[in-house]
Design a binder for this molecule. Structure first.
Ligand SMILES: NC(=O)c1ccc[n+]([C@@H]2O[C@H](COP(=O)([O-])OP(=O)(O)OC[C@H]3O[C@@H](n4cnc5c(N)ncnc54)[C@H](OP(=O)(O)O)[C@@H]3O)[C@@H](O)[C@H]2O)c1
Length: 519
């Protein structure tokens, strides 16, 4: 055998034989006239339909207050697909078939009439599977999740426990705004649905590169052996966005970077990077390990917050040629707002593997680049030979997992500069998804919808995960209580955040590494 592709094919190991089947079902989207539905949910369902990944017989019912007919909603969705379809122009024949399976139910979430109408529409479905298998997607404000579950239950549409077919709730973020509101929301949902019926979304987990973290760690012996306090100096997790808050100022004022990004996406990535191997590649063992890891993240005392957490807010600046105003001058933002648009944290994990290793997390808006990546910085070589001569100019090894864009993995090491002299320079070994596998980048929502339809909760957040993550975030918020934004917290849009975020690392002899995006 000569060709490497043949070898690759031979060595390809498929693990999805135990994946559950996507079953015929009716998907009900609450919040059908909203932004998420037209930008993400319908394009994802259309893509799955176009790819033959949905059962031939499925139905979607959109539920919202606005007055629409099946036809007018389909026409709106057709336009939305023109804007948001990931594969370019919409195929008219395909769309006709897709649209025939889409219906609209007008109703108010708080009133019984709408649910009675919805129950009638579901009862009139042509097959038992369409009548009995129900996926309720809650794309509304979280304050409405509880009432929807209750009304569905009252209308005999959501049974807790055994029923003919299955009933599932998919719940959007944010899941609460602190531990107590998240627990209260869990209590409300759990009255009408078992934990196994609740699928809490964190779309980050639907990303291929985030899923690859576990595959990469646990299928490659060379890295896993180094994945501990003996070899790792520190870890950096960056999720940066170039955009400011734009028109979402009202929402952002209520959340801020810590709640909006750290509680979910960054702590989920941290859990996958640092957790112990699960006993099996199944939902519960994987989620058990994530919970264990999150519970080992040291909670910060208020006095530690000042030393280990930096918050920031953007001032006017230019990002990629676009002027961005002061955060405080954005639409629906209070003129004296203390909402953080940037946060950087230094966290420790109190377990055997990671004792003493700092994990730096940062996220923010109006930053220099939009990028998500994890950098595992290994310890330097002993202070003899090159290290003794070069000092800090001799870079230590690191491994960067690029979650987006330019998805891939880069190993940084030192190499000799060719020539008669002895010179060293950091060089890179670069793996890119695009060049290895071609440009296959399914939207996270496609994967997550398929998983919810097949009843696989692996990529959804379990109740105890949410609660652990809120405990970490609440400990930070408690340290901020009653304290305004410090003068040095402001950073110009287009920078990498406030200078004190650099000092947070510099105090330990570390420095942020800026994402290196190949263009
Ligand atoms: N947009 C995103 O990119 C995004 C990303 C991540 C998570 N999320 C989450 O997804 C959820 C939805 O976000 P969104 O941006 O799509 O919100 P949105 O654009 O404000 O849409 C809200 C939807 O809820 C419906 N609604 C509100 N009150 C109602 C009532 N009393 N009865 C019936 N329907 C009602 C609205 O329909 P009518 O006005 O027609 O009643 C509308 O369809 C939120 O939890 C959000 O945090 C959104």
């Amino acid at each position: 055998m000569h060709r490497t592709e043949d070898m690759d094919e031979l060595m390809t190991c498929r693990l999805d034989h135990h994946r559950r089947q996507v079953e015929v079902a009716t998907v009900v989207i609450f919040g059908a006239s909203g932004d998420l539905t037209s930008r993400k949910l319908i394009p994802a369902l259309y893509q799955l339909y176009a790819g033959g990944q949905l059962p031939e017989d499925f139905r979607v019912i959109g539920f919202a207050r606005r007055d629409k007919t099946d036809e007018s909603w389909r026409a709106e969705l057709r336009e939305a697909l023109d804007r948001y379809s990931r594969t370019g122009p919409v195929d008219e024949v395909l769309f006709t078939g897709f649209a025939e399976r889409i219906h609209y139910c007008r109703g108010d979430l708080a009133e019984t009439d709408g649910y009675t109408k919805l129950a009638g529409m579901i009862a009139a479905m042509p097959t038992p599977e369409l009548r009995e298998n129900r996926l309720f997607y809650l794309a509304t404000s979280p304050s409405q999740f509880g009432i929807i579950a209750e009304q569905l239950h009252e209308a005999n549409l959501l049974e807790r426990g055994p029923a003919a077919g299955w009933h599932r709730l998919v719940v959007e973020k944010p899941f609460g705004r602190d531990l107590s509101s998240a627990s209260a929301l869990n209590q409300e949902l759990i009255r009408h649905a078992h934990e196994q019926q609740i699928f809490r979304i964190d779309h980050y987990l639907g990303k291929e590169t985030v899923q690859n973290i576990l595959m990469f760690r646990f299928s490659n012996s060379i890295f896993e052996r180094l994945w501990n306090r003996d070899a790792v100096d520190h870890v950096q997790i960056t999720v940066s966005e170039k955009l400011g808050v734009g028109r979402r100022g009202g929402y952002y004022e209520e959340s801020g970077a810590l709640r909006d990004m750290v509680q979910n996406h960054l702590l989920q990535v941290l859990a996958l990077i640092a957790m112990e191997p699960p006993v099996a590649l199944d939902a519960e063992p994987i989620r058990d390990e994530k919970v264990k890891l999150l519970s080992a993240v040291r909670r910060l005392l208020p006095e530690q917050v000042a030393k280990q957490v930096v918050r920031g807010q953007y001032r006017a600046g230019v990002v990629a040629g676009q002027a961005i105003p002061d955060y405080r001058a954005e639409e629906k933002v209070a003129t004296g707002s203390d909402t953080e648009t940037f946060v950087a944290l230094k966290l420790f994990i109190d377990n055997w593997r990671w004792a003493g290793v700092p994990f730096y997390l940062r996220t923010g808006k109006a930053l220099a680049e939009s990028a998500s990546e994890v950098r595992v910085q290994f310890k330097p070589t002993p202070n003899v030979l090159f290290a003794a001569q070069c000092g800090p100019r001799l870079d230590a090894n690191s491994l960067t997992l690029r979650l987006q864009p330019d998805e891939g993995i880069t190993l940084h090491f030192n190499g000799k500069i060719p020539g008669v002299g002895i010179g060293l320079r950091p060089v890179r070994m670069h793996f890119s998804y695009d060049s290895e596998f071609g440009a296959y980048t399914p939207e996270a929502y496609e994967r997550l919808l398929l998983d919810a339809l097949s009843g696989d909760p692996t990529l959804f957040i379990r109740r105890d995960e949410v609660e652990q993550a809120w405990e970490i975030v609440d400990s930070v918020r408690a340290g901020w209580e009653g304290q305004g934004m410090a003068d040095d917290a402001f950073y110009p849009a287009g920078s990498w955040g406030p200078e004190c975020a650099d000092q947070l690392l510099a105090r330990a002899g570390h420095a942020w590494r800026e994402p290196q995006i190949q263009r």
